[in-house]
Design a protein around this ligand. Sequence first.
Ligand code: ADP
Ligand code: MG
Length: 242
Amino acid sequence: MNTMVSDVEIKGATKQFGGNIVLDGIDLEVRQGELLTLLGPSGCGKSTTLNLIAGFLEADQGDVFIKGKKVTKVPPYKRDLGMVFQTYSLFPHMTVYENLNFGLKLRKIPKAEQKKKIDRVLALVKLSGLEHRYPRELSGGQRQRVAIARALVVEPELLLLDEPLSNLDAKLRHELRLEIKRLQKEIGVTTIFVTHDQEEALSLSDRVVVMNAGKIEQISTPTSIYKHPNTEFVFQFIGKSN
Ligand code: ADP
Ligand code: MG
């Protein structure tokens, strides 16, 4: 109803690793149902930011809120989220069905419902009929779609995607990009997408957060970032092609 409701909020987050300042005071709000992209060069702090939200890391200073609740000290498994990483993180000894069912069993979803949920999400990622395959019997793109399906099947409040397409060839990357966008809008799950690819960010996102050296340079819609870069860095980074 209210498009300004924020699902995730980061306030004044700093993080150092061995004396290196990796996040230098990050403030960020992610709105309900939006697809927000963290964009910036390798090493600028995108994954660190995502890991603060997921709970794999704790900020040195600052806080993280999910749905208005402070979660700074809440462990990852108690945060209601689905995550997909750059490298395929499927269980190799489990079929597609078993991979998807893993999270449903953990959540004690009744058996009859397990199959319904899995069928539905496999249809969404266009993999119906492949539930008995093992990951090694799938192409790279199919595996990454299974990883996305596995994140979605538990119906998380938040979907976190850390460079999920980086390991795929250009054609697949482009196809899956469109698919993620369609899927995200269809399900309406609040999504944070990490990429170093400016074209990917601009084509996919409701809003883009441009990061550089642990700081946020600009947060805006793709059009506005493209047409009205706020800083020289944004201008240069958006202007350069891969
Ligand atoms: P990005 O995802 O934007 O490429 P990261 O958030 O992974 O960047 O990393 C930001 C910086 O922090 C990099 O310089 C990286 O080497 C450093 N870094 C990340 N994680 C660790 C860690 N666990 N220990 C030490 N340094 C780290
Ligand atoms: Mg990263």
